[in-house]
Design a protein around this ligand. Structure first.
Ligand code: ARG
Length: 454
């Protein structure tokens, strides 16, 4: 049985009906749709558009539908097009004709806009909690390996020794920005569109501030046409998710490289690696490869929604229905990626000896040698050139920098004294760093402590 068709002389073609319904996506919106309707009914009763008794009956009917949904007993009927009409029809079956008053002063246009806002807000909360969870896992890794030194890279070339913990903290810093972006997006999402109606508002004496307050939303819309057509919050959510996915992908890529036999800096747990169907020795990092691999689909959904929005004439257009699946898919994928990353981090072992050995490469100490000369008054550029020439000499003569005699070192910097050899210990190098935010050991310890106390 199709609904809302008294003005029509024909049923909607079944194939067209299949094409326009959004039952699949709306599964994810049942709870928020009911929550929105309860707030709306409560407001209608508060302003006298429903009697107290009618309001109470509608609310308890909606609560009953919510209970049915939680028990898996509320099955959406595609013939009713969407979750809104399904709930209304079920309410009518449960409480009778009072259900016909629920949609007073409301359109599915402001209703679906509200549903999407409540849905995105709930997903932002979930994502924020999972970001904190991943950050805690990163810091746990850092603390467990607090004084392990490794090569820091630029251009994937050995650059300067850093603490492994400092590298873990770099990812925490990225995720901090993601957290803030989601939090900021939530502010613009937490605006109630209820009361916009189809697009012009209503002549009925409603109270949009009241229904917003019922939902814990601090703001209501400014313009009714914009309220029903605004999906900026979905785009913002997808952008924040895209950038968070970039960071997870970079983390995944970094771990994949470190776990390769060429680096052998870390080992991934057997519970987070998969086997090869052919090569018995393989333990592959498939889970984090998929964290990296699913990122493309997240970007795709961002472009999807931006493209959907760009061609729309002012007002509600049914195209907006297509903004639901991207939000639902990205929320689910991002949450699973965050969960998987936390599990991988909790099951990661640092191969300390390999990291330290690589960190002991004396070539990475050349910057420290330059700073040594700078501290003795040599102009930076001149010191840089002297040490470049020194490094070139070591390379040409096939010697390690730290094996050169003091006499030889003095040829390239007369200020060098025997204490220069201490610098070739990477632990000394990281201990010596004192600038804010650097890999200085004391600073990294303090940061780990600060993060652990959050
Ligand atoms: N299912 C629709 C959506 O998701 C609800 C709004 C329908 N409004 C309309 N004017 N046909 O956007």
């Amino acid at each position: 049985m199709q609904v809302l068709r008294k003005a029509f002389n024909q049923q909607l073609d079944p194939q067209v009906s299949d094409f326009v319904n959004c039952i699949e996506a709306d599964q994810a919106l049942i709870a928020v749709d009911i929550q929105g309707s309860i707030a709306h009914a409560t407001m209608l009763a508060a302003v006298g558009l429903l009697t107290e008794a009618q309001g109470a009956k509608i609310v308890s009917g909606l609560e009953a539908i919510q209970a049915e949904a939680e028990a898996g007993k509320f099955v959406l009927n595609p013939a009713f097009e969407d979750v809104h009409m399904n709930v209304e029809k079920r309410l009518e079956a449960l409480i009778g004709e009072d259900a016909l008053r629920l949609h007073t002063a409301r359109s599915r246009n402001d209703q679906v806009a509200l549903d999407m806002r409540l849905y995105v807000l709930s997903q932002i909360s979930a994502v924020k909690a999972l970001i904190k969870h991943v950050q805690a896992a990163l810091n746990a890794c850092a603390v467990k390996n607090e004084d392990v030194v490794m090569p820091g890279y630029t251009h994937l070339q050995r650059a300067q020794p850093v603490l492994f913990a400092h590298a873990m903290h770099a990812f925490i810093a990225m995720l901090d920005r993601d957290y803030e972006r989601f939090e900021d997006a939530a502010k613009r999402t937490a605006v109630s569109p209820l009361g916009a109606g189809a697009q012009a508002g209503t002549a009925l004496p409603i109270n949009p501030v009241f229904s917003a307050a019922q939902l814990g939303l601090p703001a209501t819309f400014i313009n009714s046409i914009d309220a029903v057509s605004d999906r900026d919050f979905v785009a913002e959510f997808l952008f924040a998710a895209s950038l968070a996915s970039v960071h997870l992908s970079q983390l995944a890529e970094t771990l994949i490289i470190w776990a390769s036999q060429e680096f052998a800096f870390i080992s991934l747990g057997d519970n987070v690696t998969t086997a090869s169907s052919l090569m018995p020795q393989k333990k592959n990092p498939d889970p984090i490869e998929l964290v990296r691999g699913k990122t493309g689909a997240v970007f795709g959904e961002l472009i999807n929604i931006l493209t959907t929005l760009k061609g729309l004439p002012l007002g509600y257009n049914r195209d907006l229905q297509e903004t639901k699946p991207p939000a639902i898919k990205v929320a689910a994928d991002l949450c699973s990626a965050l969960r998987v990353v936390a599990i991988v981090l909790a099951n990661l072992t640092v191969n300390e000896a390999n990291m330290q050995a690589a960190a002991g490469d004396p070539d990475m100490i050349t910057t420290d040698l330059v700073e040594y000369l700078v501290l003795k008054g040599v102009p930076f550029r001149q010191a840089h050139e002297q040490i470049s020439a020194l490094a070139n000499h070591a390379k040409q003569s096939g010697q390690k920098l730290n094996k050169l005699t003091l006499e030889k070192l003095k040829e390239y910097g007369e200020q060098f004294e025997p204490d220069v050899y201490d610098l070739f210990n990477p632990q000394v190098s990281v201990k010596g760093k004192s600038s804010p935010g650097s890999t200085g050991q004391a600073l990294v310890h303090a940061e780990a402590k600060r993060l652990g106390s959050l």
